[in-house]
Design a protein around this ligand. Structure first.
Ligand code: GLY
Ligand code: MN
Ligand code: MN
Length: 430
């Protein structure tokens, strides 16, 4: 059972959601809202479904990630009705909900049918969820204006949500420590994944995203998606980007470790850690997140210069001429919540110099986001750079040596507070 404070914060969270959703519905002219939890589609030509993780707004209210074909009906001034799909079925289990206070805030009903429940007097009804699930249910399906407003209700996290995100961080850190130990023992990517799962007590399919575990040059593929089952002969580097879900809420943490004897790479990792902490220190209300992204590019330029990888250009020229983009091609981070890349980060398109940035808003208290600078040796980006007129500024021998280490990313999860920020990841240590 989670601690009483968290359970009591959850009741406040639900009250707050009721207020936010009532305002959103009134603003868009709706009398009630039906939310589908979703269902995992079957693979084409197969009788096996993809692993299921529920729809964001359903998780926002219930935190129940594994409940397919369930429905939540919201009406102003009324207790929400939650229909849980509990078929009579000897193939699959219907897990019981652990008794917790939040259930008193709902009228919870069990249903054996997968389709939408019949609603009494829904008034002007909006229905949201995977369009494939909504079929011919009455009401407006996924109205764009309402969806935008509902996404906005997820931007400022309640105290309950921040507590869950902090716990998801604490649990993931145990996994990151185990992963680092497994790397030191010479384990394969697969072995490191097992160590992570064991320490987090979470099967990988239930994690917020597929763990990214890259040894050596694999660390240079941003979302490297395979696991070698055999140990590498020479473990030069480990990049692990892995999180945990806790009561629906995600952590998203990356650590990079240099192997034995990799002093140059270790120095770069150390420099990146200092830069990452400096960037985390910029997080505060009123700060434009795009400025943190731009500061990261200046920091990467300084690292390239200090390490001797790039010479003969000052830091601003390295940024302006696109050299830092070849080493750090992704955005500095994103919102985090019941989805790892949480919604509403980009009300406007990202600026030209940050095409992959998933968050371009001015920061406000209650937002939770990641700070994840990187520096990678990616052949498809470096080779054209080396072949261009800028190539003369790069130390080819040093690059050739470091390519085998793949790359570096360091990622923490940060909550914006009234006066600054709270690092949810480094409250523990790793
Ligand atoms: N783990 C994916 C990301 O960091 O955005
Ligand atoms: Mn991330
Ligand atoms: Mn990540």
């Amino acid at each position: 059972m989670p601690e009483p404070t968290l359970l009591s914060l959850q009741l406040d969270h639900l009250n707050e959601l009721q207020n936010r959703y009532e305002t959103a519905l009134a603003g868009q002219g709706y009398d009630s809202l039906l939310i589908a939890s979703g269902a995992a589609p079957y693979r084409y030509g197969d009788d096996q479904a993809w692993h299921f993780q529920g729809y964001g707004p359903f998780l926002h209210w219930t935190g129940l990630t594994g409940r397919e074909h369930s429905w939540l009906w919201l009406r102003p001034g009324c207790r929400p009705i939650l229909w849980l799909f509990e078929p009579v079925d000897f193939w699959h289990a219907n897990p019981a909900l652990p008794e917790e206070p939040w259930q008193q805030a709902f009228d919870i009903r069990s249903r054996a049918e997968a389709g939408a429940p019949t609603l009494e007097n829904p008034g002007r009804l909006a229905v949201i969820g995977d369009p494939g699930e909504l079929g011919d249910i009455a009401g407006d399906h996924n109205p764009a204006g309402l969806l935008r407003t509902l996404d906005e209700t997820r931007v400022h996290k309640t105290a309950y949500e921040i507590a869950c995100l902090a716990e998801a961080n604490g649990r993931a850190l145990a996994g990151h420590r185990a992963a680092r130990d497994a790397f030191a023992e010479g384990e394969s990517e697969f072995g490191i994944s097992l160590a992570y799962q064991q320490a987090t007590r979470q099967r990988e399919a239930d994690a917020p995203y597929h763990s990214i575990i890259g040894l050596n040059e694999h660390a240079g593929t941003l979302h490297y998606q395979y696991y070698d089952t055999r140990p590498t002969g020479r473990p030069r580097s480990l990049l692990i980007d892995a999180g945990v879900r806790y009561r629906g809420y995600c952590s998203d943490i990356t650590r990079t470790t240099a192997g034995p004897g990799e002093s140059r790479f270790a120095a770069l990792v150390q420099g990146m850690d200092v830069l990452q902490q400096r960037l985390c220190g910029m997080v505060a209300p009123g700060v434009d997140y795009v400025d943190i992204h731009r500061k990261a590019h200046q920091g990467v330029a300084a690292l390239l210069s200090a390490s001797g990888l790039v010479t003969g250009l000052d830091d601003s020229a390295m940024v302006e001429q696109g050299i830092t983009r070849a080493f750090f091609p992704h955005g500095i981070g994103h919102f985090l919540g019941v989805q790892v890349h949480d919604v509403a980060g980009k009300p406007t398109p990202p600026p030209d110099d940050a095409p992959f940035l998933r968050l371009n808003r001015r920061l406000e208290s209650g937002m939770v986001l990641t700070i994840e600078p990187g520096l990678y040796f990616i052949p498809s980006l470096l080779d054209p750079l080396l072949a261009s007129p800028l190539g003369k500024h790069l130390d080819t021998a040093l690059l050739a040596e470091l390519r085998g280490c793949g790359g570096i990313r360091i990622e923490d999860n940060i909550a914006v507070t009234e006066s600054g920020a709270q690092n949810l990841t480094r409250n523990g240590t790793v």
